[in-house]
Design a protein around this ligand. Structure first.
Ligand code: TXA
Ligand code: MG
Length: 313
């Protein structure tokens, strides 16, 4: 494949990205959560290309991105709960898992043959413009090699996938910095992956708690592998200081090499998490030690990603 094009997020750049997608090519694009690696979800060729470029296992299904809830209804059996949550949080960092419609018309590779589809309407204006210009549902996992740290800037995308994808649309740094929260809407709304929308907000909109996914439930959350988001360096959690050879990633007022949020703000910490991990890893330390992060609000998702980054590989 020729060199990956870096496209600016203006009208010509978006038109070029849409043309590449129309030919079955792959374009990484910004969302408010992380950069996604997009391809036409109706095209077997494009979807197979996404799995290939990422080195992603085929049993791990993709999220399909749409410009609004009306577009989502074309692919999934919509429900009252879906309506309530989409009404409250779309466009935004929430992915809903719903039963696939029989006439969905998507590549069967997208869902890894599950009877359900993960679907999301992103809030980033460049993502919206691209979805409208391409006039296609876009399958888009995070734009990183499978198992590695998710990308929150075009540079992160290029560092992992340069030469493997046609283009990157440059929308600057992602504001949320953590992937979307995934909620399964089967019999009981279930938190399948904590993410950029705090579970508490979803529970407030529902008026009741979310069920939690059972450990090792690989059927309803096939991609939740223990080891994920892994930098090259070993990661050690709940550290108060660096050991020899380690770099320290801090939280709150403390001495450290990089700080997720000196003031202890979880929103700021989420936005910095992947970028700081990329930056520390680029210094090739023996290890990365990470200070404790509280388990509330976005802290649930931050700790989830850190635990996977630290898991045995
Ligand atoms: O914020 C995000 O969600 C980003 C941006 C690009 O939208 N995307 C993202 O995609 O994080 P990815 O592929 O890295 O993570 C998607 C997760 C995987 O863990 C996958 O297993 C799960 O969604 N998933 C996809 N389809 C599913 C389904 N039908 N049922 C349960 N989980 C599903
Ligand atoms: Mg991912």
């Amino acid at each position: 494949m020729p060199e990956t094009e870096l496209l600016s997020a203006d009208a010509p750049g978006i038109a070029r990205a849409a043309a590449i997608l129309g030919d079955g090519g792959l374009v990484a694009f910004p969302t408010e959560t992380v950069y996604g690696l997009g391809g036409d979800a109706r095209s077997d060729l494009a979807v197979a290309g996404i799995f290939d470029a990422k080195g992603r296992p085929r049993f791990n299904p993709l999220i399909v991105h749409v410009p609004d809830a009306d577009a989502a209804r074309r692919y999934v059996a919509w429900s009252e709960t879906a309506d309530r949550l989409a009404g409250a949080f779309w466009p935004g960092a929430l992915t809903l898992v719903l039963p696939l419609r029989a006439d969905h018309g998507l590549s069967p590779l997208v869902t890894a043959e599950l009877p359900t589809l993960a679907i999301r309407c992103p809030a980033h204006p460049v993502a919206t413009a691209l979805l409208r210009a391409a006039d296609a549902p876009l399958a888009a996992p995070s734009a990183n090699p499978s198992g590695r740290i998710s990308p929150t800037t075009p540079d992160h995308v290029l560092a992992g996938l340069s030469g493997r994808i046609a283009a990157v649309l440059d929308g600057g740094a992602c504001t949320v910095g953590l992937e979307s929260t995934i909620v399964g809407l089967g019999h009981t709304p279930t938190l399948l992956r904590p993410g950029g929308l705090p579970a508490e907000a979803i529970e407030a909109a529902l008026g009741h708690p979310l069920a939690r996914r059972a450990a090792n439930d690989t059927l309803t959350a096939p991609g939740q592998m223990a080891s994920h988001y892994a930098p090259g360096a070993r990661v050690r959690l709940n550290a108060t200081e660096a050991r020899p050879g380690e770099l320290l990633l801090g939280f709150g007022a403390m001495e450290c090499d990089l700080n997720l949020s000196p003031s202890g703000d979880l929103v700021e910490a989420a936005a910095n998490l992947f970028g700081h991990l990329h930056a520390l890893d680029a210094r090739a330390p023996a290890g990365i030690a990470v200070a404790p992060v509280p388990m509330k609000g976005l802290g649930l998702a931050i700790n989830d990603r850190l635990a996977r980054a630290a898991a045995p590989r």
